[in-house]
Every structure is written in structure tokens, then in C-alpha cells.
Design a protein around this ligand. Structure first.
Ligand code: ADP
Length: 406
């Protein structure tokens, strides 16, 4: 095994987020973002650990140009992609279907399988593939590792993973519940166990990943047993722009009575629903400001968001039977004290409570916000998907390196 650095790439359709980490000490050497790829006004923001952030606007027509621009910035900091210190590149891949239960070193067969999954992840997998192929072209000799958002959820039992629809039809089209945000749920459930001073195998946790996209999971002894997202990230909680759960008949109704096409309804439910559809804003800070100012639409949007969240907490409490901790994470979960308070209000009978003082304190690290004598711990645990991807990538290339030696 040579280097100790891992470059993590999260390639979206019009953006690439990257982080260069040193796995000897978990240090972040550089983080950056290329936005509006293939659009007007492309922008790069690069922040090295030992220096000032740099930004530029220019033309970035495609992912190849984006990764070359990133590589040039890393070069300027003496962290270039040709460094022998770079051990591997870890890629976030959204959909791994049932086949990828673990991080996987990319080869042609793996690329083909990620491509085969495009029909169930039309927005994400094509961009993830482009990112991998572009990185391969830049460093063909380096291991490229795919880390799948779905992998952590492949332990779900069939009772949670199957929809109650005709089995042959479902299987013919690979219709089942896959779940997403798995890297975050895995990391946060483990960090929660650490915070409690217990082994992950001994702890049952409900993880609430509340970002712009949002999902809940029930984790028993370190393994996911249920999660709120399904075939796609549309199912489950109310999100920034997605509806979460609806009666599927809403779709037929909008087609037959509303005269809308499948694509129009897809856009409606994914981009114009959730908080933004309910009140015109999807940023929880703005929604809370409006609620505090007495805005009724924002108030209703907040109430619907909290009602759904509470239903999932109750459902996963029942799925797990015994709950040791509820962990809040991601943009809303880590930062919004009113959401945490409202989500658990009235659940004292389940041993769930938030200490007002602790909940109000802002902090960077993982922390408990439940009263000292609470039956169930309530925690705020900052997620770190890049660190988790880097750790899994590094562990995998080290393992295969060791195997080659024996
Ligand atoms: P994603 O990765 O899904 O894009 P994040 O986890 O970064 O999302 O979460 C983004 C969301 O977090 C924002 O849309 C906003 O609603 C919320 N958010 C960020 N900071 C705060 C804050 N200080 N208070 C309340 N909500 C916040």
C-alpha cells in the first residue's frame, strides 16, 4: 500500500463536489465544488486546508473539464492527482440495486451494472458514471471505488423491502424498496453508538437524516431493518421539494382528471412539492422565520413536516421494539432546534424527550440533547458522508493490497 490520501468525488448532473482526505489522521486537505457544469456561469470553489479559499467563474462545459479544473487547483496546492500519496478515488454512487452490498473496486463489469440500474435512478446514476469514467481517464492506474447509497439498506428483511404488489410484476421491473442516504445512516448510527459508549452491535437507533432530501431509518445492532425511502428517494418523509408518501392513486387522478403527463407529475412530486410546494420555501431557517412572524402557510407546512416525522418515529419504534437512541442529522437535523423539539413533543410516554437547554445549544460535534434520566437517548450527530466514503474506500484498497501480498 502506497499513499494515504483518498479523493472523494460526488458527481451530480451539473455539479461535482470533492474532498481530499488524509486517512492517516482523517485530515481534510482540500474541499471544493464545481457548479453549473454545462450551463452558463459555471463556478468553482476550492478551499485548501492550509490557505485561502479560491473561487472562479468561467466555462466548464462538461465533467471532464470540471475534473481537470479541480485537478489544476489541487496541483496549485501541491496536492496534484499524480502524487504517489493518492491511494484511491472514492465515488458516491446513488443506486447499487441488490447486487452491491459493499463498496466495490470499479471494473468494466461494475460500470455495466451501474449502467443497468439507470432505469431505477435516472437522475443520479448517469452523472455518477460520468464522474467515474472521467476520473478513470485522468488516473487509469489508480483504484476507483464505488460506494453506494443503497448498500447499507440491503440488510432490510423482505417484509420491509417489498411493496405489496404482484410479485412477478415487481420482480420483472426490479420494483422494491432500496433506500438511500445509506452512507449517512451507517455513519450516524455508528457515531451514535460511540457517543453512548457502546458497541454498534448492542444499540438500536432511529436515524433521522433531515437535509433538503430527508429519510429515516431503523437500525438494529448496526444493521438497517427499515428505511423511509423506497424505489426512489421520493417515498417517506416530507422533504424540501419532494412530497414523500402519498396515495399512489394521486398520480392516476392527476393523469385522468388533471390531464397531466407522467413527466409532469414526476416533476410536481419531486421538485414542486414538499415544503416548497406547501409554502413556497424549502429552507427551514426561512420557514421558521415566517412561522415566528405568524405566517399561516409556513405554519401549516411546518406542521405537516413534523406530523410525518413523528409518524415515522412511532413506526420505527414499533419496528425495533427497543430503542436506545434517536439521532438527528444533516442540515435541518443538525441545526434546527424547533424541528427536534416539535418532532419529539408528546412522546414522553415512549421515553423520548428533549432537554430545552441542551437542544438550544449550538455545537459542532455529536452531542446528547435528552434529559440525563431519559430512557431513550436523543442525539444530534453531524453526518460526514465524505469521511465515510473515504474510510470505506481506503479500507477496501488496503484489504485488496494485503490480499495481493499473501
Ligand atoms: P442536502 O445535502 O440534502 O442538499 P443539507 O443536509 O445540506 O442538504 O441540508 C440543507 C437544508 O438544511 C437547507 O435546505 C435548510 O433547510 C437546512 N438548514 C441549514 N442550516 C440550517 C439552520 N441553521 N437552521 C435550520 N435549517 C438549516
Amino acid at each position: 500500500m502506497s499513499g494515504s490520501r483518498v479523493l472523494v468525488l460526488n458527481s451530480g448532473s451539473s455539479s461535482v463536489k470533492y474532498q481530499l482526505l488524509d486517512m492517516r489522521d482523517g485530515g481534510r486537505l482540500a474541499v471544493g465544488l464545481v457548479e453549473r457544469i454545462g450551463e452558463s456561469g459555471s463556478r468553482l470553489k476550492h478551499s485548501p486546508a492550509d490557505g485561502e479559499s479560491r473561487e472562479w467563474n468561467g466555462s466548464v462545459p462538461d465533467h471532464d473539464s470540471a475534473l481537470k479544473a479541480m485537478a489544476a487547483e489541487l496541483d496549485r496546492d501541491g496536492l496534484g492527482l499524480d502524487s504517489p500519496e493518492l491511494a484511491a478515488i472514492g465515488h458516491r454512487v446513488v443506486h447499487g440495486g441488490l447486487r452491491f452490498t459493499e463498496p466495490t473496486v470499479v471494473d468494466d463489469a461494475v460500470l455495466a451494472e451501474i449502467e443497468r440500474l439507470i432505469p431505477v435512478a435516472p437522475l443520479h446514476n448517469p452523472a455518477n458514471l460520468t464522474g467515474i469514467r472521467t476520473a478513470q481517464a485522468l488516473r487509469p492506474d489508480l483504484p476507483q471505488v464505488a460506494v453506494f447509497d443503497t448498500a447499507f439498506h440491503t440488510t432490510m428483511p423482505e417484509s420491509a423491502a417489498r411493496y405489496a404488489i404482484d410479485v412477478e410484476t415487481a420482480d420483472a421491473h426490479r420494483v422494491r424498496r432500496y433506500g438511500f442516504h445509506g452512507t449517512s445512516h451507517a455513519y450516524v448510527s455508528r457515531e451514535t453508538a460511540k457517543l453512548l459508549g457502546r458497541a454498534p452491535e448492542d444499540v438500536n437507533v432511529i436515524v433521522l437524516h433531515l437535509g433538503n432530501g430527508a429519510s429515516a431509518s431503523a437500525v438494529r445492532g448496526g444493521r438497517c431493518v427499515d428505511t423511509s425511502m423506497g424505489l426512489t428517494p421520493l417515498e417517506g418523509l416530507v422533504m424540501g421539494t419532494r412530497s414523500g408518501d402519498t396515495d399512489p392513486a394521486v398520480i392516476f387522478h392527476l393523469m385522468r382528471v388533471g390531464g397531466m403527463s407522467a413527466d409532469e407529475i414526476d416533476t410536481l412530486l419531486n421538485k414542486r412539492s414538499g415544503l416548497i410546494g406547501l409554502c413556497g420555501d424549502n429552507d427551514m431557517r426561512e420557514i421558521r422565520r415566517r412561522v415566528d412572524a405568524g405566517d399561516e402557510r409556513a405554519g401549516l407546512a411546518f406542521d405537516i413536516y413534523i406530523h410525518r416525522l413523528k409518524k415515522y418515529i412511532g413506526a420505527y419504534y414499533a419496528v425495533l421494539g427497543r430503542v436506545d437512541a434517536v439521532a438527528f442529522t444533516a442540515g435541518v437535523g443538525e441545526n434546527s432546534a424547533p424541528v427536534r423539539e416539535a418532532a419529539l413533543a408528546g412522546l414522553e410516554g415512549l421515553g423520548l424527550a428533549v432537554d430545552g437547554g441542551l437542544n438550544a445549544v449550538r455545537g459542532d460535534g455529536a452531542r446528547l440533547i435528552s434529559p440525563a434520566d431519559a430512557r431513550v437517548a436523543v442525539a444530534v450527530v453531524p453526518t460526514d458522508e465524505e469521511m465515510e466514503i473515504a474510510a470505506q474506500t481506503y479500507a477496501l484498497v488496503n484489504d485488496s493490497g494485503n490480499q495481493n501480498l499473501t
